[in-house]
Design a protein around this ligand. Structure first.
Ligand code: RP5
Ligand code: MG
Ligand code: MG
Length: 278
């Protein structure tokens, strides 16, 4: 069931906006909901930000919905979305809040998530097997988010005009390797290493993210790519949390992991791909 996050309040400007309560069968727009009157909230922190859209009522705001709109990709991976009274409609359904919440774009907000993995090893250097599933245990690089405190993939928003393959590298460097705090020359050296390590990735997911920031008119979508480290090259890099991450570490993967948004369902796809323990 999508919109599991629809129960959470949206945090912004130091205030919590409580969502209109929805039962699972009230999420789909197909089911009429007579008294649906969710709070309309767009965070003031978005006003006049160059990376954010203007207000839906602003006369100078004339986006090309469902298209590549200059530098901004307003297409959804889910397909064509409707626009009602100048506002895109969340293709998954109601979320209990209208407006943009704290998201910059009306409609899809595109992100990219690097899933960097390796096999867990015993102290003796052998690959660790799970006793119940009799399969190898996979580890991934997880960050702890500063906003919610939850553990998550080190992903981030695709910058205007940026290609996803660059976002994957940039966000991993910023959040898991603290590249923003490096001197320019050190950053260049690190970038060269990451170029090599991220040369071959396997896309595991492209679609909607059940993100706690989603609203009826703005939502997250992502491309998740698995970079598997088979010969320990990535292990040589020193993990250091940076930017919006407050912690980073290799985490053993199993089905009980509780992660931010729908990240554990992305992890599950990597597990299937690598035939790892779940
Ligand atoms: C999630 O939010 C995406 O899957 C990605 O991990 C993240 C991007 O947002 P920020 O980390 O930039 O806040 O929906
Ligand atoms: Mg980031
Ligand atoms: Mg991030």
């Amino acid at each position: 069931v999508w919109q599991i996050q629809a129960c959470c309040a949206v945090n912004g400007d130091g205030i919590k906006v409580q969502r209109f309560h929805l039962e699972p069968d009230q999420i789909s727009w197909e089911n009429p909901l007579k008294d649906y009157n969710p709070p309309d909230y767009t965070s003031e922190s978005l006003f006049n930000k160059p990376w954010a859209d203007k207000d839906s009522g602003d006369k100078s705001f004339a986006p090309r919905w469902n298209e590549k709109d200059g530098n901004v990709d307003r297409r959804s991976f889910i397909g064509y979305y409707q626009v009602v009274s100048g506002r895109p409609l969340n293709p998954i359904g109601r979320t209990g809040i209208q407006g943009r919440g704290v998201l910059g774009k009306w409609g899809p907000n595109h992100a990219a998530d690097p899933v960097v993995t390796r096999w867990a090893c015993t102290d003796g250097g052998d690959i660790k097997m799970d006793e119940t599933t009799r399969k190898r245990i996979l580890q991934f690089v997880a960050i702890q988010r500063g906003d919610t405190g939850e553990w998550a993939l080190p992903g981030g928003m695709v910058d205007p005009g940026e290609v996803v393959s660059e976002t994957l590298k940039r966000e991993f460097m910023e959040e898991a390797l603290n590249s923003l705090m490096l001197a320019e020359s050190d950053k260049d050296d690190l970038k060269k290493k990451i170029e090599l390590l991220f040369k071959h990735g396997d896309e595991v997911y492209r679609g909607y993210v059940d993100d706690p920031r989603n609203t009826d008119n703005s939502w997250m979508e992502t491309v998740a790519v698995n970079f598997h480290d088979d010969n320990g090259d990535l292990t040589l890099l020193e993990l250091k949390a940076g930017d919006d991450a407050i912690n980073v570490r290799w985490v053993d993967i199993n089905r009980d992991l509780k992660l931010y948004a729908s990240h554990s369902s992305i992890i599950e796809k990597v597990v299937k791909l690598r035939d790892a323990s779940w």
